[in-house]
Design a protein around this ligand. Structure first.
Ligand SMILES: Cc1ncc(COP(=O)(O)O)c(C=O)c1O
Length: 1006
């Protein structure tokens, strides 16, 4: 069946979307643009004014569409690098990010290893689209798993990944733990034992285990509250004696980060391990914030000398943050496979591979940290430092607030923790000069805690970045004596270039000099030319691009000693980059001697240089040099996949435009990929653009939106949002056959468990008959439930417009009856659009567009694939209060860009013919070939449910043998979810041939 479109809305909506898109395209960062990054200084604009950021944020918040909770700077992920977080403004705010994006980055912004990976093809299969990780073998995930296995304590043999981050990792850990908890005594085990000051996430099960009562209490469910203990073994033991029968797991952070960087003692953790083992209660160690070498060694646990043997290893250990998604290391396997965002996994893997680059920090930080306590006795207390994590305490929360309140004015970004702690997180992007600059700022902040003028703006870093009296021009004959004099004065003999060498470069490539227009004096120069002209030079000689004619080799950039600090090097580099670009080069390469060319290396980094290889035995000795590359073009487009004759009808929700949609080539993706940013705190130009589009598209009944980082997180956040409006709410109601996710306890408890591992649900949420199958049963069931529990106890009814696993469709009079029942009992109606959104239903952007006008949802949830999800909500349940419904990521910029482009492209498609062709194939050919089967779904998401599970499996296998991938629904159900671009010819030809042959094979006796 296909859903009838609502054309009256379409007309003016499409016009508005056209106008919006034209505007946004004109503002969008271009993939071939040169972005100059900030590598030198904090910048504070006069009056702290950020007009471009402010205007973009107004667009983001427009019409109250999203909560006013972002920091005032819109971050430019293209111009930020290392510790420098740069706003989008023409006169930017540039801060030292002293919290490395709250512990998520090993190298700060613009991770050079990620940039390198982008240009060497490592992201080829996962940048333009996200592979469906539940369908395909994904080599990036396999590599990540292997790398983690090598690092993990030996007893933790199993690795699984989840989409969103720390909360989901802990949810999955608790799911696995509960499967391996001791058998129930007097009823199911529903509680975890957790610790005061602990933080484990904001999904429902992890929030229950989070101490902070202000965050936790409004969202607790009766009977599932955690049992909290102090960090005290005797108390743990007593609680286990008294309430052990209710508990299914113990969860602990070895360093309680959000609680105030509280370092738990080794003896305590070891004792806890022993206690848990003795009671056979799974112990989950939450290293979401401390893993990935935050504390020096890769895990905090191993930093404490634990984990070397079975007895000192927890049962499960979780990481997220720097892992870029959720990681669960466990003694036991994960009973389910999970959908994740592969580009995030690869970013996490690269952060793992480069995590040791942070090792130098502790030594650099130690004396400076100790200096703080000495300089501010009585004010700064309990300075603690491990690896990249530094914290100190102030006397009280007023002092803490006074410190935090002046962070923008002081040019640094950090966050409070606990009730009087200031904490910092560093990354390999820092160096001694920048660390010193930060400590100067910390000293000033501390000195001004009670200074009323501390929040006054004082402009900083506003001088021009180069002396206006300096110009760059081509070298003339008369310049040579001076040039050689500067060359000889600047370098030791082994590094000097000869005049003949430089003259050759100038003749076949580029030779420029910087001149003081007043005195006429030559201040510096640069040379270079096609890489092929330098094939004798070490580094260039091994460059894999040699012979391709696309690389400019930077042979020499030199500034006279007396002319330093006038921005001469920057002017020369800028001219060189522009020259190379104008002359059609795609890359610039060169080498920087390690240790003596920091300024030049920083200059190269400001143009996006990444290291290609470290060269040894340089300059006629044992010197080291970094051979670098600066890309002037976007990363190479993915190669067309080898035609292995695969017809993939399983991955359409993750890849609605196949695996390499060409339109992604028009979008600048390097910044958002290499600088994965915390969208809970910051907006970017791409997320603002995306929100504007979504605001125009907000489904019926809604006008506000929250972002999430996964499908499951939409469920948890939706429930939390509803709970604030319905404080008596204790249950959510699902439907038989429903699927809302299988990672978080809330999503698991709403999904039909058929086909999943044991013990899927945690919460005792009821499921009603699907009205599409049994409307009277549904209506009576709801009535009965309301009578039994009271409507105010019900947070909402969760209904998929098109059942992703069941194919059950909400439509027509049935939908009206369901909506009427919700209205009658005043129960929020939450519609889920995973299988019908993004125009897939054929009705318009949303499946709900086709429903009768009296079906008005309170919320619409949409998971478009990747690491992002959406909660659209109407006025009644919208929570305006900032920072209530957030988590670390709140989506992923790259995923947002893709989902935005999908919506833009899908709007232009006419799916009518392919929907009709698929419909005809299923009704006229497939159904007659499968007696007793039931067709379901709508538009380009269709299902077939077979009379037996065995037949469904046989057809699935027979399809696979023919290179036809169908999706898996309920155990008896197969799914046809093609890319939106599938043609009627493919459906009536190739698909028809394969599927009919497969059914024929499956049904014929062996
Ligand atoms: C120790 C710990 N666990 C879990 C979380 C939740 O992680 P996320 O926000 O990625 O869900 C955090 C986040 O700060 C954390 O610090």
């Amino acid at each position: 069946m296909s859903i009838e479109p609502d054309s009256s809305r379409d007309l003016d909506l499409n016009g508005q979307l056209d106008v919006l898109e034209a505007r946004q395209r004109s503002e969008a960062p271009r993939p071939r643009a040169i972005f100059e990054r900030e590598t030198r200084r904090v910048r504070i604009p006069p009056g702290g004014e950020l007009p471009e950021s402010a205007a973009l944020l107004e667009r983001f918040y427009g019409g109250d569409f999203t909560v006013r909770e972002k920091k005032p700077m819109v971050v430019d992920t293209r111009r930020s690098v290392g510790p420098y977080m740069v706003s989008i403004d023409a006169r930017p705010l540039t801060l030292l990010d002293a919290c490395s994006q709250i512990a998520t980055q090993t190298h700060g912004f613009y991770h050079p290893g990620i940039v390198k990976a982008l240009y060497t093809g490592r992201f080829e299969h996962c940048l333009w689209s996200n592979p469906d990780t539940t369908v395909h073998h994904v080599p990036e995930l396999a590599a990540y798993e292997e790398a983690l296995e090598r690092l993990a304590p030996p007893a933790l043999e199993h690795v699984s990944f989840v989409c969103a981050g720390g909360a989901e990792a802990n949810e999955k850990a608790l799911r696995i733990a509960r499967l391996h908890a001791p058998p129930p005594v007097n009823g199911p085990r529903r509680r975890v034992l957790a610790f005061r000051d602990g933080f484990h996430g904001r999904t429902l099960a992890t929030l229950a285990a989070t101490w902070n009562p202000a965050k936790r209490a409004p969202f607790e469910f009766a009977g599932y509250e955690a049992v909290f203990s102090s960090v005290d073994l005797a108390e743990v033991e007593r609680l286990l004696d008294e309430r052990g029968h209710e508990i299914y797991a113990i969860i602990v952070e070895p360093m309680q980060a959000e609680g105030g960087d509280v370092y738990l003692r080794r003896e305590f953790l070891l004792g806890l391990c022993k206690l848990a083992r003795a009671r056979k209660l799974p112990l989950v160690v939450d290293e979401v914030q401390t893993g990935f070498a935050t504390g020096g060694p890769f895990f905090w646990w191993t930093r404490l000398g634990l984990g070397g043997d079975e007895a000192t290893t927890p049962d499960i250990l979780t990481c997220a943050k720097k892992a870029c998604l959720g990681v669960v290391l466990s003694r036991w396997p994960d009973p389910e496979s999970n959908q994740v965002h592969v580009a995030s996994a690869l970013r996490g893997l690269i952060q793992l591979e480069t995590s040791r680059d942070q090792a130098f920090l502790e030594q650099l930080l130690r004396p400076r940290a100790e200096g703080l306590a000495a300089a501010f006795p009585g004010l700064v207390g309990d300075v603690r430092l491990a690896g990249t994590a530094l914290a100190f305490d102030l006397p009280d929360s007023a002092a803490q607030t006074a410190f935090i309140d002046q962070r923008y004015q002081r040019g640094l970004m950090t966050y409070p923790a606990g009730d009087r702690t200031i904490r910092f997180r560093f990354s390999a992007g820092w160096d001694e000069r920048v660390v010193d600059d930060l400590f100067k700022r910390i000293h000033e902040s501390l000195a001004r805690l009670s200074d009323k003028t501390a929040k006054d703006w004082v402009a900083e870093g506003q001088s021009a970045d180069s002396d206006p009296a300096v110009i760059v021009r081509p070298i003339e004959e008369r310049d040579w004596p001076k040039i050689m004099a500067i060359e000889n004065a600047s370098y030791e003999p082994a590094r000097r270039d000869s005049e003949a060498y430089l003259r050759r470069a100038a003749a076949t490539g580029l030779g420029l000099c910087a001149v003081d227009t007043g005195s006429g004096e030559i201040l510096g120069f640069c040379f270079g030319g096609p890489l092929e002209d330098f094939r004798g030079v070490s580094g260039a000689s091994q460059d894999e691009r040699l012979g391709l004619g696309d690389t400019f080799y930077s042979a020499d950039v030199t500034v006279a000693e007396a002319a330093r600090s006038r921005g001469v090097g920057r002017l020369l580099k800028r001219a060189q980059v522009q020259w190379a670009k104008v002359h059609g080069f795609s890359y610039i390469s060169g080498r920087n001697r390690v240790g003596t060319t920091d300024a030049m290396a920083a200059l190269n980094r400001s143009y996006g240089a990444f290291p290609v290889v470290r060269l040894t035995h340089q300059y006629e000795g044992n010197a080291l040099a970094d051979y670098y590359r600066i890309p002037l073009v976007p990363p190479p487009a993915p190669r067309a996949p080898a035609d292995e004759g695969i017809l993939d009808l399983a991955s359409g929700l993750q890849q609605p435009f196949g695996c390499a949609p060409a339109f992604m080539g028009g979008h600048e993706l390097v910044g958002p990929t290499a600088s994965k940013i915390n969208l809970s705190n910051y907006a970017t130009i791409d997320t603002v653009h995306y929100s504007e589009h979504l605001r125009l598209l907000a489904p019926r009944g809604t006008g506000h939106m929250y972002f999430t980082s996964s499908r499951d997180e939409t469920i948890d956040k939706a429930l939390r949002c509803l709970r604030l409006g319905r404080p008596q709410g204790q249950i959510a109601v699902g439907l038989e056959g429903g699927y809302l996710g299988h990672v978080t306890a809330a999503a698991r408890s709403l999904s039909d468990p058929a086909g999943f591992g044991d013990g899927l649900a945690l919460f005792d949420f009821p499921r009603l008959p699907h009205p599409d199958a049994d409307l009277p049963g549904f209506t009576a069931g709801l009535k009965h439930l309301v009578e039994k529990t009271g409507a105010d106890k019900i947070l909402g009814l969760f209904v998929e417009v098109v059942g992703e696993r069941s194919g059950r469709v909400l439509a027509g009079a049935t939908a009206s009856a369901l909506a009427a029942a919700c209205r009658e009992h005043d129960i929020p109606l939450v519609l889920v659009e995973a299988a019908s959104g993004c125009y897939r239903s054929g009705a318009g952007p949303w499946g709900v567009d086709a429903l009768p006008a009296d079906v008005v949802p309170d919320m619409v949830l949409w998971y478009p694939g990747g690491q992002i999800g959406h909660i659209f909500v109407g006025d009644r349940y919208y929570i305006k209060k900032p920072l209530v419904l957030i988590s670390t990521w709140d989506g992923d910029e790259l995923s947002a860009i893709r989902a935005h482009e999908h919506l833009r492209a899908a709007r232009r498609l006419d799916l009518g013919d392919s929907i009709a062709a698929l419909d005809a194939l299923l009704h006229n050919d497939v159904l007659p070939a499968c007696p007793g089967a039931r067709l379901g779904g709508a538009g380009l998401y269709r299902t077939i449910s077979f009379p037996t599970v065995a037949l469904a499996e046989a057809v699935d296998q027979a399809c696979l043998h023919r290179g036809l991938y169908l999706g898996n629904g309920l155990p008896d159900t197969l799914v046809f979810a093609p890319p939106l671009t599938i043609t009627p010819a493919t459906i009536t030809g190739d698909l028809r041939r394969r599927v009919l042959a497969a059914i024929d094979e499956a049904r014929s006796p062996a």
